[in-house]
Ligand binder design. Structure first.
Ligand SMILES: *Cc1c(COP(=O)(O)O)cnc(C)c1O
Length: 455
């Protein structure tokens, strides 16, 4: 067995030169974003004040299947790409499964997660357009760290609103952002009207991604030469993340296999789409029948228990309305450690694909995700981010099913990040003080029943 290959890499020349835009291949296109007052589809011009023009064009592009990766962006990708595709022999053996488990290791990026794939692109397009500063929100701090680094590379200022609970629970990520020169503010804050309103209603509010988005968008709108950037949910973000799946497709070929199941954790859908869509294009063309599984926390179950409806992207209702599986924009998820998965909705493309049955979703309790993370750490030597642990847990469920059926399924999952800055969460698990949080029907109805019935 000593000649078996564990890791698969691409040469610099083989790193993809284009991203894959699944919107071009979808039979049922995602419904358009709409203006909350008129319910008319949002036009590109309406978004230019908030997003860079190139990102807006990508967002609304339903025709071009392949989008060129700018040379400067691809040069930055070479700092850490290709990321390894790894055969998880250790995990397979521990499970005694006949399944072949592979993972794409995005934790090797300079900031420790897949988020950099889009941060580099967004910062590049901002610089190209003559923008001086970028704003954003961040939960656990992964997106904020990625954007702070990308902004510093391209000489932009960065202002980051970090969800208050994470700002306090995860000071090291805040320090990483500050190291890259970003200004970091805990959200809700008194520095914006949106933040003040929320604090006045609930002085103990620990924040959510929705709240932080409201603040970042407000700062963008009130600052000259400033644009807002987003780490997930939007189609252009997922587009940038398809570099993951496009590489994985080539690397799986090196391994001589093709996945029967692709699994990713789900916050707003960018890493899920990133690893899935390049493979899903072969399902859409009828050549393949791969299963795609999104793994979300039971405490924030938008795909498994939410409703498909138009909803705001943020808490305060500043954004256009997006057609999505949602728990309602006022839904406040429990304070689980997977901060990156505490978002109330999924992006419009992923939501449409889910509605059309082209993908599946499962939800996982927090303790099961840490059981999975511990086993993965022991067998593969990498401590996963709490978010990534959701994908590992869903992978283990499928691999155990293969033990029962004897099927040699090929499972590919995305390891979105490492958990080396999340050891406080592991500490809680090890000391037995980690909890599960289930979401009740009542909680889901409270914020979904009040949504305007547009669809
Ligand atoms: C942000 C984040 C996620 C979830 O975001 P998606 O857009 O759904 O991919 C998952 N894992 C890590 C490590 C993250 O930072």
């Amino acid at each position: 067995m000593s000649d078996r290959q564990k890791r698969f890499f691409l040469s610099e020349d083989e790193i993809p030169r284009q991203w894959y835009n699944i919107q071009a291949d979808m039979v049922n296109k995602p419904l358009p974003m709409i203006d909350p007052r008129t319910h008319q589809p949002v036009k590109a011009e309406d978004l230019y004040r908030v997003f860079c023009e190139e990102c807006v064009h990508q967002e609304l592009n339903m025709t071009d299947r392949w989008i060129d990766i700018p040379e400067k962006v691809r040069d930055m990708y070479k700092f850490y790409r290709s990321t390894p595709l790894v055969r998880a022999y250790g995990l397979e053996e521990a499970l005694g499964t006949p399944a072949h488990i592979y993972f794409k290791n995005e934790s090797v990026s300079p900031v420790g997660s897949h988020k950099l794939n889009s941060a580099i692109a967004q910062a590049y397009y901002a610089k190209q357009q003559g923008i001086k500063s970028v704003t954003t929100e961040t939960g656990a701090g992964q997106w904020g760290a990625a954007l702070s680094y990308a902004a510093s590379v391209f000489g932009l200022e960065a202002a980051v609103y970090q969800v208050k609970i994470s700002y306090n629970q995860k000071p090291y990520r805040r320090n990483i952002m500050q190291t890259f020169g970003a200004q970091v503010t805990p959200s809700p804050s008194m520095s914006t009207r949106a933040g003040k309103d929320i604090i006045n209603k609930n002085p103990n509010c620990q924040g959510s991604l929705g709240t932080a988005i409201s603040e970042a968008v407000e700062l963008c709108r009130t600052t000259e030469n400033c644009r807002y950037t987003l780490g997930s949910v939007m189609n252009h973000v997922t587009l940038h993340q398809t570099i993951i799946g496009l590489e994985a497709e080539k690397q799986m070929r090196l391994a001589g296999e093709y996945p029967d199941i692709v699994i990713a954790c789900f916050g707003g859908g960018s890493n899920f789409g990133g690893i899935s869509f390049p493979f899903m294009r072969h399902n859409l063309s009828g050549e393949k029948h791969t299963r795609f599984i999104a793994a979300e926390p039971e405490s924030c179950p938008k795909l498994t228990k939410g409703v498909f409806q138009y909803d705001f992207g943020d808490e305060a209702g500043y954004t256009p309305m997006i057609p999505m599986f949602t728990l309602g924009h006022e839904f406040m998820p429990a304070n689980i450690h997977a901060g990156g998965l505490r978002y109330h909705g999924g992006g419009s493309v992923v939501s449409q694909l889910k509605k059309d049955g082209l993908m599946e979703a499962v939800d996982v309790q927090q303790i099961e995700t840490f059981d999975a993370a511990m086993l993965f750490a022991k067998t593969e030597g990498i401590i996963p981010a709490p978010e990534s642990a959701h994908a590992i847990a869903a992978t283990i469920r499928e691999a155990k099913r293969c033990v029962e059926t004897g099927e040699e399924k090929v499972i590919l999952f995305n390891l979105t990040g490492h958990g080396l800055i999340d050891m406080a969460a592991y500490d809680q698990y090890i000391s037995g003080s980690l909890h599960n949080y289930a979401t009740t029907e009542d909680e889901i109805h409270r914020f979904t029943d009040t949504l305007e019935q547009i669809i």
